[in-house]
Design a protein around this ligand. Sequence first.
Ligand code: AMP
Ligand code: GLY
Length: 420
Amino acid sequence: MVGNGAREHAILHALARSSHQPELLCAPGNAGIADVARVVPIPVDDMPALVNLAVTEQVDLVVVGPEGPLVAGLADELQEASILCFGPTKAGAELEGSKAFCKEIMEAAEVPTAAYRVVTTVEDGLRAIAQIQHGRYPTVIKADGLAAGKGVIIAADEHEAKAALETLLIEHRFATSQVVVEEYLVGAEVSLLALCDGVRAVPLASAQDYKRIFDGDGGPNTGGMGSYSPVPAIDQQAAVALTARIHQPVLDELKRRGILFHGVLYAGLMLTADGVKVLEFNARFGDPETQAILPRLKSDLLELLVAASTTGGLDGIELEWDSDSAVTVVLASAGYPESSSAGDVISGLDGARSDVAVTHAGTALNDDGETVTAGGRVLSVTALGPDTAAARVTAYAALDTIDFPGRQLRRDIAEKVVHT
Ligand code: AMP
Ligand code: GLY
């Protein structure tokens, strides 16, 4: 496993349940991951060291958590070394690495998405906005490259749009030379992830995440403050139908271009009055969606990941899900998302209940062997229940026993769920 977040911890928990009893290795991991896997302190961007570790340890499968190493070509390097990898090659990961490429593929594959233009100057950007939006605001302006979730600007008027275009195209805030200008969509946001074996997409259960730091979707965007799964509006039957309209045409279009996409194709969807539209694709498991999705999976995740890493391997595979719902709530450290704090001792971890899963993100062990904060998002707690209401009661009860100075959390995760 490559990565060090709660997403990776949740994947490892699911792999540990496999009937094949795999030996688990994680680089670089964190204090919680060390309980389920042997951790090796190699950062996710040290590609030669990761490949070398995989070769010397003779690993059977590498699962890549974050997008950075995928966009940088880790899957290609592993392929060169004849090591099976769950995660797309650099060419496939461009779906996440370049918003312009993502839009081009969607257009070619006739996947419903917001109207858009790719521009390289402020003047062209303003002209494109006028064409797409017919003078109406807000509008959406997106940096082309990876921007850790900070490259999307919703501009309320022409003044803000111009300022955003200047920030991206003149100041080069995200080292990008092109920008996607996009029609503003209104609706509920849902994440639908699919396992892909190069030719076929098989949906995971639907989920919703909460991106803003404060209750009621206030304050700045974060890496994600909570999630729940499934979304009642998208049951497994609806997920299959959506995958046929959204993920499968993208896989087919990539294949036409000689790209076999292996891994998770994550669609960020907007349920608009005009039907479902794609906001973005990611080339990996979502965080914190994964923490809510995987505890409900009854199928053997290891078998699924191996199958997806082999072309056509998912053929005939049906996923089995627990009928329970899952709710995940994230605990963040003081200052997040602008900054984060480190070294605060986390209490109550030992008493965590057996019906909840605690997954670690920014945690470390101090010199006294205590678990301390070491980043913005510190850990997440997932609980299962017969419905989301029951699951959220259990999740918050468990959370209230875990504490550290400056602890931040949202109290409204899964309070309202998307029904239609
Ligand atoms: P993205 O990284 O493209 O998913 O964008 C990040 C967030 O910006 C999304 O989760 C949405 O909340 C918002 N967003 C992106 N594109 C649009 C759009 N076309 N209309 C409205 N909101 C959007
Ligand atoms: N939950 C948003 C993401 O993983 O990108």
